[in-house]
Design a protein around this ligand. Structure first.
Ligand code: HOZ
Length: 427
């Protein structure tokens, strides 16, 4: 249950904003609750409209890997803003940003900055189509790559949360250009390439799914995507908007030791600002205007304030950060697993590094079909009980929770205790 001030703000917001929110999952509707309106956030904590304190396990849906309002990031934003907030002209900062991305992601030889993960994925696929001269796009059921028309097909995240994985308003001719396959199903992918390999422009994948809850790739799945694209002249695209700089500095591709042709990035790479990027092999990226015929542009692309925040954050991601995240993640996972056993609940915990989901289904969850077996009503009750105990967890069964390196062991232990009580109370 949310606080009285947030309830009042929601009523006011609902009169002027669809659902009272600027992105659907925030509305808390799928958990039968009301959103907390945030007044401020610092480190691992978020403060509601009435000042109530919550331990934040959303972290702005990923970017806040070093916690909210990190002093160095804020300082970078303030000092950049003093020199002007947007020029619509190139800056040296953008070169530094591109060089940093290329240093972190060896598969990327050239990169273009844009403003959101949606834009990055939409552009990467246009480039892949322009590069190959083909039209078919392959995506996996339950993966979410932003809200471009041709990607709202069997999509995860809010689309799945609200039961509209195939959105209204998407022309059927556009949706037909997207082929969907089950996640982690290598034989299905091989069969598709055997039958239609010459039509496939690109395969796009979340290398760890975060948008149907956390679903890790099984052994060989990512490798099969890259290999089959290579054999058939298509483009493999890892959507690392969520996993980039999250599961390792160089994303899941570093962790798995696989190099895709193209990568999309956002969230952490944008330093918590509206900044994202797509990039890949030079010969592919040379198709982007003005070098090549594929058009993509943006007034705020490579914005100096956003890029400054990103550089401040990315420069602080060292080995120690990932060791801390892994340790905190393992602690939370162990504690939640112990509770599940204690209460004999049909549930499972899935985690990769600092991304974690408690699914209300026995598991393992390896695909969309498995994820939708979850008892979402029970998840909703559990979520409400967590909120009552000051734990701000993603308001959907089909989203990942994120840890930050400034969560403490005490924060994690309090979350475990709250999750345990919430399991009992939600029965
Ligand atoms: N699509 C985001 C999570 N997968 C949610 C974004 C938001 O509501 O801010």
């Amino acid at each position: 249950m949310s606080d009285p001030k947030s309830i009042e703000l929601l009523a006011r917001a609902e009169r002027v904003i669809p659902g009272g929110v600027n992105s659907p999952v925030r509305a808390f509707r799928s958990v039968g609750g009301k959103p907390v309106f945030v007044s401020r956030a610092e480190g691992a904590y978020l403060y509601g409209a009435d000042g109530a304190k919550y331990t934040d396990f959303i972290g702005s849906w990923g970017p806040m890997i070093l916690g909210h309002a990190h002093p160095a990031v804020i300082e970078a934003i303030v000092s950049a803003a003093k020199h002007g907030t947007s020029f619509g002209a190139p800056t040296e900062l953008e070169i530094q940003f591109a060089e940093k991305v290329i240093e972190l992601y060896p598969s990327i030889e050239m990169v273009r900055a844009c403003s959101s993960g949606t834009e990055a994925c939409m552009a990467a696929l246009r480039v892949a189509r322009g590069f190959t001269g083909r039209e078919a796009i392959v995506k996996f059921e339950g993966c979410y790559h932003g809200h471009a028309d041709f990607l709202l097909v069997k999509a995860g995240s809010g689309a799945l949360t609200y039961g509209v994985p195939d959105s209204a308003g998407v022309p059927s001719a556009v949706a037909k250009g997207t082929v969907t396959l089950p996640y982690n199903d290598i034989p299905a992918l091989e069969k598709l390439f055997a039958e239609r390999g010459k039509e496939i422009a690109a395969v796009i994948v979340e290398p760890v799914v975060g948008n149907m809850g956390v679903v890790p790739p099984e052994k060989g799945f990512l490798e099969a995507i890259v290999r089959l694209c290579k054999e058939h002249g298509g483009v493999s695209i890892f959507d690392e908007v969520m996993t980039g700089c999250r599961v390792a500095r160089g994303g899941m591709q570093e962790r798995a030791g696989v190099r895709p042709d193209m990568t999309t990035l956002g969230k952490i790479v944008g330093g918590g600002m509206p900044l994202a990027a797509y990039g890949g092999r030079r010969e592919i990226m040379e198709k982007v205007a003005p070098l090549g015929p594929v058009y993509q542009a943006g007034t705020l692309s490579g914005n100096p304030v956003a890029v400054s925040a990103a550089l401040a954050l990315l420069g602080r991601l060292d080995e120690g950060v990932y060791a801390t995240l892994e340790a905190l993640g393992a602690r939370l996972e162990a504690g939640m697993r112990a509770s599940i056993e204690k209460h004999r609940v049909e549930a499972c915990v899935q985690r990769v590094g600092s991304m974690i989901t408690l699914f209300f289904t026995r598991g393992p969850v390896r695909s969309f079909d498995d994820a939708v077996k979850s008892d979402t009503k029970r998840f909703g009750r559990w979520h409400g009980e967590m909120l009552k105990r000051g734990q701000y967890w993603p308001p959907s069964q089909y989203e990942a929770a994120f840890l930050s390196a400034v969560h403490t062991e005490a924060d994690i232990d309090r979350a475990i205790a709250a999750a345990d009580e919430a399991l009992a109370a939600s029965a």
